[in-house]
Ligand binder design. Structure first.
Ligand SMILES: [Zn+2]
Length: 281
């Protein structure tokens, strides 16, 4: 089933991971940067002026992801980018440049990648070699949801004494990264936890279920190639996937797939929230 895409949702971790894999595939292990060309001095924030000088003639040694940041690695340092709401990395033909292309990454093999971002919520930044852990955009981030540090024990300890609603809590990037609005709703449904529950009231078993549910929904979304993002394009320029297999997200008023009860819609922390009043306690 496909549904209309919702405006205002941003690329979440699965979409960013899909872009990372696309970039990794396209850049391969032999790409060498010829030049970085900045088409404007800023996107959401100023782009470091030294970027073109630092990255000229640097070989690409890897493409990683931390939270929703894409990290293109070179011996000199890392080109960090964030897609914001409408950002894309795409392979472009010469002569097919667009006014929303803010940064060009030209390779020695003649290929050109463009960072295009019409709404300009994206970020391009520079990390000096060895400076990743202390970098201002990365230093306060919580563990990766698919990494080893995201455990029942971690969530249990982190949530003790916290009154904030569990959905708001798991969307806090200092607690855990990459769980945006869509996947927070989906994970809480699978874990059978109501989104408005105070975090500190979760039982240890519920913490375990939620950790597992977050891993599952993100892993499945990555396997499906991301979800329903407006303006989203994979690295390389092909259209994104718009598959919709959400159990609760954007389905307020529809019957629950598990029990048939009418799903609820509301707001928490200023974000739309969906849950089943019978399955989620
Ligand atoms: Zn239900």
């Amino acid at each position: 089933m496909t549904k209309c895409k919702r405006m205002g949702e941003v690329p979440e971790l699965p979409e960013v991971e899909t872009v990372r894999r696309g970039l990794e595939r396209l850049l391969g292990s032999t790409a060498v940067i010829r030049a970085i060309r900045l088409q404007r001095p800023d996107i959401r924030f100023p782009i470091p002026k030294e970027l073109p000088r630092k990255l000229a003639r640097q070989p690409v040694t890897g493409v990683r992801r931390r939270a929703k940041y894409l990290l293109i690695e070179t011996p000199a340092g890392i080109l960090l980018s964030h897609l914001g709401m409408t950002g894309t990395w795409r392979l472009v033909e010469r002569g097919a440049e667009d006014k929303h292309d803010h940064c060009y990454l030209d390779l020695e093999d003649g290929r050109r990648f463009a960072f295009r971002d019409p709404r300009r919520f994206g970020i391009i930044d520079w990390i000096e070699a060895g400076g990743e852990a202390a970098h201002r955009r990365l230093k306060d981030l919580g563990p990766e949801p698919l990494g080893e540090a995201w455990t029942e024990d971690y969530l249990w300890r982190a949530s003790r004494g916290r009154k904030v609603a569990v959905k708001v809590f798991v969307m806090n990037q200092k607690i855990i990264v990459g769980v945006g609005n869509i996947y927070a709703s989906e994970a809480l449904f699978r874990a059978r936890i109501r989104p408005g529950r105070p975090s500190g009231r979760l039982t240890r078993a519920e913490c375990g279920r939620l950790v597992l549910a977050v891993r599952e929904v993100l892993s499945e979304a990555i396997a499906a190639g991301g979800s329903t993002i407006s303006d989203f394009r994979h690295a390389g320029g092909s259209s994104g996937y718009f598959q919709n297999s959400f159990r609760v997200y954007d389905r307020g008023g529809e019957p629950c797939t598990a029990c048939g009860a009418q799903l609820r819609a509301g707001a928490l922390g200023g974000r739309s929230t969906f849950w089943c009043p019978r399955c989620q306690a």
